[in-house]
Design a protein around this ligand. Sequence first.
Ligand code: ADE
Ligand code: ZN
Length: 340
Amino acid sequence: MQDRAGFEEFVRQLPKAELHVHLEGTLEPELMLALAERNGIAAPFPDVDTARAAYDFADLQSFLDLYYAGADVLRTEQDFYDLTRAYLTRAAQEGIRHVEPFFDPQTHVVRGVPFGVALAGILLALEDAEEDFGITYRLIMCFLRDMPADDATHTLHTARLYPHRIAGVGLDSAELGNPPEKFAGVFAEAAELGYRRVAHAGEEGPASFITDALDMLGVERIDHGVRCLDDPAVVARLVAERVPLTVCPLSNVKLRVFDEMAAHPLKRMMDAGLLVTVNSDDPAYFGGYLTENFMAVADALDLTLADMTALAKNSFAASFIDDALKATYIAEVDAYSAGA
Ligand code: ADE
Ligand code: ZN
């Protein structure tokens, strides 16, 4: 049996995919302050320590208020490049081979930052990281569910100016009061246009939002989905249909979805036969990147190296890459764990 440091090193180098990370949520306070200065605007916090001390959340909305305030420093293509490059540089150092990151175009467009400015910076950084680190990617744009559905449709139409650059659409922001059905029309149009579809569901909202996201939005993957355990019929369906769930343990505890990591249902979800993956969500705000998320559940729930390997394989199985590339990455996980 390895000691904890050896276990952590195994996890850090384990080949993994990250399928649930908001690029705006990777904005570390240091970069936030630097970008505010570069752009000649006021930062939301006077210094890094004040920022980190403020990252103490009561629920999803209290986090979102700070997350949107932080994103306001992102103004230029270079800002989006620097943000994305910083995340991908860290990702490369922790065994991440493939990413399917989110960005929130409406957050920027409402502030006067054009869609194309944010997209260009993000894509350039993704292309560079593929070349420099070999990290493959599929970019997903999320619609903000607390904005009108018409605005999401407008965003989808703007994205048509950039064909084949965005692989999928998602749905994020305040879940309560904004059920999946509100976005049925725009998701139907996205499907016709060939976009892959995911949605946050069952994070703070009820298990029925998971079913509704599958039935009304046609999503292929559920982000979070932890509330599925409230309804055995929803669990049974997710297992039968092999619907992946992108679970974010540190996020769930920081946003008080669960009181403590020991109460996190990840192990129960694995035992139930669900196709779960581990992800960081908004790592700059929640106290850890992907390795810290794996370690948090390993420590609290007594997970084994075999569990870590299974979660890493799930991350590729649940991704939007083709079957040949999935097989390549999963073989890499097998070779890595056989040599450990
Ligand atoms: N936007 C960024 N992180 C989010 C989360 N965890 N839930 C909903 N919207 C988000
Ligand atoms: Zn999220």
